[in-house]
Write a protein that binds this ligand. Structure first.
Ligand code: ZN
Length: 184
């Protein structure tokens, strides 16, 4: 960090910057904590006592904070995650945590979307998984082409969400339904 500060034209020894390298390291530890966490292990506790619940489970508008691997600047957005259980369900917070574990690594949005969907599919073995991510990339808004207000949308549909048009339609309708009635 001191080298970068000097390269930018700064004096790393001046008062305001003395502790900056240490602060940046602590920030990085937070931004990239996902490398130390295992999403498969996280999902290993699932529940079978669902009284036969076999409809879609959707978590929508999950806050997403990640960093692009090309420029190391923030990707901020939201994700919608759904699955169609096959006997087993997981605690809903686990869906958000899987996203977080992959998001707290250097990413491209396409890969992040696929990783979340593939992991849920591999571990839960549900009838299907759908992941949609909408996000703004600061490497597009604060540098380069300078286009703020643009969001990138990626999706990965597996199983029934890929093969059954009515399942896919139901999911897309649910994530675009009006907000506000139920959010705590
Ligand atoms: Zn970038």
């Amino acid at each position: 960090m001191r080298t970068l500060l000097r390269w930018a034209g700064e004096n790393p020894k001046r008062e305001g910057l003395v502790d900056t390298p240490a602060r940046v390291v602590r920030s990085y530890e937070e931004f990239f904590t996902g490398y130390h966490l295992d999403p498969v292990e996280l999902l290993s506790r699932s529940f079978e006592e669902t009284d036969g619940y076999d409809e879609m489970v959707i978590l929508r508008d999950i806050r997403l904070e990640s960093h692009c691997e090309h420029h190391m600047v923030p990707i901020i957005g939201r994700a919608h995650i759904a699955y169609l259980p096959e006997g087993r369900v997981v605690g809903i917070s686990k869906l958000a945590r899987v996203l977080e574990i992959y998001a707290k690594r250097l990413q491209i949005q396409e890969k992040l979307t696929a990783q979340v969907a593939n992991t849920l599919n591999d571990v839960l073995k549900p009838k299907g998984v759908a992941v949609v991510i909408e996000a703004g990339h600061q490497c597009m808004s604060t540098r380069g082409v300078h286009k703020p207000g643009v969001s990138m949308v990626t999706s990965r549909m597996l199983g029934a969400f890929r093969d059954d048009p009515s399942t896919r339609r139901e999911f897309l309708a649910m994530i675009s339904a009006p907000r506000g009635a139920f959010e705590g």
